[in-house]
Design a protein around this ligand. Structure first.
Ligand SMILES: [Fe+2]
Ligand SMILES: [Fe+2]
Length: 166
């Protein structure tokens, strides 16, 4: 059995993953507005990844015979002048999610719940990869500045992203 505190924290993380999904959907829309279809596609794939994350928590809660509680998803707010601003916010968001996952690990340890800790280890590794990937794109955009040809080439690269592949 999950402790009530652990169950609540897992339900909160399920909500946080859907909030990530919704935030990235708004970033996909902004990139489309900026005439960057490849960037928009990259965020669409990111949306799918976050939905997969959310469902991992959903399935795990049920597996442990806990009650899933679906909460409201906050409206994403953000107005980004350019692609760099979008990716800088995406990086900040991933860093926030990493802190949340680390807090969950601490909670699982305190609850003496190694099964939940094992689930969370997957997320610990995933967050390292996500932060590195987004940070890499931030750095690339910084190097390019506002070069239109650089953005064009990067847009074509990002258009190739597939679910499950970096
Ligand atoms: Fe996630
Ligand atoms: Fe993420």
């Amino acid at each position: 059995m999950l402790t009530p505190k652990m169950l609540q924290a897992l339900n909160d993380q399920l909500q946080a993953e859907y909030h990530s999904s919704y935030l990235y959907l708004s970033m996909a829309a902004r990139c489309a507005d900026l005439n960057l279809p490849g960037f928009a596609h990259w965020f669409r794939v990111q949306v799918q990844e976050e939905n997969v994350h959310a469902l991992k928590f959903f399935d795990y809660i049920l597996l442990r015979r806990g009650t899933v509680e679906l909460k409201g998803i906050e409206k994403p707010t953000g107005s980004w002048p350019n692609a760099l601003a979008v990716f800088e916010d995406a990086l900040k968001h991933e860093q926030y999610i990493t802190r949340r996952i680390h807090d969950l690990v601490k909670l699982a340890r305190e609850a003496n719940d190694p099964a939940t800790e094992a689930l969370l280890q997957w997320f610990v590794t995933e967050q390292v990869e996500e932060e590195a990937m987004v940070d890499g794109l931030v750095q690339q955009l910084k190097v390019m500045g506002e070069s239109p040809s650089g953005l064009f080439i990067m847009d074509r690269e990002l258009a190739k992203r597939q679910l499950g592949a970096q």
